[in-house]
Write a protein that binds this ligand. Structure first.
Ligand code: C5P
Length: 237
């Protein structure tokens, strides 16, 4: 029987007739502050699905393996079933968000080498920061798996930074999640959308991402639609 296996803050996951395939539903919902702020946002689901589909297809076209199979409707896609690794892998090209607040620096400082951070995926614990030795001690990953995940993260950064630049956006930071296939291979999972990255307009430095919602800067969907339109002009598959 087809059933729901996960109800998250922005997505649901369902099994399908094929045991190796899951159906993802992108919700018209935004949350911040680990779910303490939560709102219905019209058309957010289909916009994020469109953006993530475009970027995951671009990854595949450039040799980065992902869980993405295909988009099946406005707000739904099919993905390969993977075992999700409970780590959020964050790459920062510029200071912003928690980096700026935690270390008392202004936003928008460019790093000569990207900053790499990890958090444990845990709603109950509020996604605490975790380092490599802690993640290995907890049995979440091996050093070799971490090396693979960071190698893929760097490739994503190197691929997307010039792509967003072409679309007049700076890729400030982003978060990736990974999963393992039954044969143990690590592939990119989750999504890539303005929900899990920061994008600034190159000229105005306006936020084109979920900070618009986090900081109450205006309506979210028109901003995400703007990101989608800009990407459609530069991703020609
Ligand atoms: O909040 P912070 O500055 O640590 O976020 C860094 C990047 O990771 C941002 O692009 C943010 O959207 C993303 N992120 C995420 N999910 C989280 C925490 C951060 O997508 N739970």
């Amino acid at each position: 029987m087809v059933h729901q296996i996960y109800a998250g803050k922005a997505k649901e996951m369902w099994t399908t007739e094929d045991e190796d395939v899951l159906r993802v539903v992108y919700l018209d919902q935004a949350t911040a502050l680990n779910g303490k702020k939560k709102d219905h946002i019209n058309d957010k689901g289909k916009t994020n699905n469109a953006i993530s589909t475009l970027i995951f297809k671009y990854f595949e076209a450039n040799g980065i393996e992902t869980h993405f199979i295909k988009k099946i409707s406005d707000a739904e896609e099919l993905v390969k079933k993977v075992k999700i690794i409970s780590l959020e892998m964050i790459t920062r090209n510029y200071s912003a968000g928690h980096f700026a607040s935690r270390y008392g620096v202004e936003e928008g400082k460019k790093f000569t080498t990207p900053v790499e951070e990890m958090c444990l995926k845990s709603d109950e614990l509020d996604d605490p920061a975790i380092n490599a030795s802690q993640a290995i001690a907890l049995g979440i990953v091996t050093q070799a798996q971490l090396d693979t995940m960071w190698a893929i993260s760097r490739k994503v950064d190197q691929l997307l930074t010039p792509l967003f630049e072409k679309a007049d956006m700076q890729l400030i930071d982003f978060k990736l999640e990974f999963g393992t296939l039954p044969n143990g291979k690590i592939i990119l999972a989750d999504e890539f959308s303005p929900d899990n990255c920061r994008l600034w307009d190159t000229k105005t430095h306006h936020h084109l991402d979920k900070d618009v919602y986090r900081k109450d800067l205006g309506e979210l969907t028109p901003v995400y639609q703007e990101v989608l339109q800009r990407l459609e002009k530069v991703i020609l598959l």
